[in-house]
Design a protein around this ligand. Sequence first.
Ligand code: PMP
Length: 330
Amino acid sequence: MEYVEHVVDLVGNTPLVKLGSLTEGLSPLVLAKVEYLNPGGSVKDRIALRMIEAAERSGELKPGGTIVEPTSGNTGVGLALVAQRRGYKCVFVCPDKVSEDKRNVLKAYGAEVVVCPTAVAPEHPDSYYNVSDRLVREIPGAWKPNQYSNPENPASHYHSTGPELWRQTEGRITHFVAGVGTGGTISGTGKYLKEVSGGRVQVIGADPEGSVYSGGSGRPYLVEGVGEDFWPDAYDRSICDEIIAVSDGHSFDITRRLAREEGLLVGGSCGMAAAAALRLAERCGPDDVIVVLLPDGGRGYLSKVFNDTWMSTYGFLPPAAGTTVGDVLR
Ligand code: PMP
C-alpha cells in the first residue's frame, strides 16, 4: 500500500511548472515553484516543521506547550498542522488586513486567532508584534517561534527549497526570484544556490512598492505576506543581487493572469514575484533558467484580488469590464 503516516510527511518536494503563456515572446525558460501544493497550502509548511523540531530539541517547546506567533496566516497553518500532530496548542496574532477567510482557516485547524490593527507602528502596544510578546509572557508554557528572527526559517529553505531547485533543474538554474517577507525564503534558498553554483546563480528579491527592501519607508500596500517596515534578522542582506519593486496594480494583474492563463490559482504575492520574474526575463537570454517561487494558493483571496468589485474599488479594474453573460441575461 502507498500512503504516508500523516500529511505533515508531505511537506516540500513541490513541482516546477513552466510559465508558458505569460512568457510568450521572451527567450528564457521561466519555471514556477508551486508551493501551494504543500499540505498546508503554502511555502510556510517548510519553516513550521523545522522551527518546531528545533524548539523541541532545544527544550524551548515542551510537551503540551502553546505556540504563539504573529502570522499573516500561512505560517499559522503550517504551525497548526505540525502542532496538531504533536499535541501543542496554537494562538496566532494577525493584522486586520488579513482576510477573514484566511483567519477562519486557522480556526478550522484548531488555532485561536487574535486580530490587531495594521495602521499602527511596530512599537505601538497594539501592534501585532507587541500583542504576541504580551501573550507569550502571560500564557504558561508558551513558545514564540518568531519567524522574523528564527535562524531555522532561512535554514529550512537552505536545507529543502534550495537543494530541490538545484536537483529539479539539474543545476541549470541561473536566476532565483522570490518575494521578500521575513526574508527566510530568499535568504536560505539564495544562500544554498549561491554556494552550490559557486556564486553563478543570481538571486532577485521582489518587493511591494513602499516596503523597506526596495528603499521605501514602509507605507501601506495591499499585497499580503511580503514587504516590511523594518529589517528582520531572517533576511540576510548579503544574498540578493537585486530587488525589484512591483506595484499593487501590476502584482494583482499578473496574479489574475496566472489563474486565467496558466491554471495557477495563487495569492497576490505570487503575482508580485512572477511580475518581477517577467521583468527580469526581458533582459535574459535563451540559455537562462529563471525559477520564481509562488508561496501560496489563491483561495484565501477570493474576496480581494479575484473579486472584480474589490479590484474596481481600488482602481485596479475599470468599473464596467465589458458585456458579460450576466449583462445579456439581465
Ligand atoms: N508570500 C506570502 C503569501 C507569505 O505569507 C510570505 C511570508 N510572510 C511570503 C510571501 C514571503 O516569504 P518570506 O517570509 O520567506 O520572505
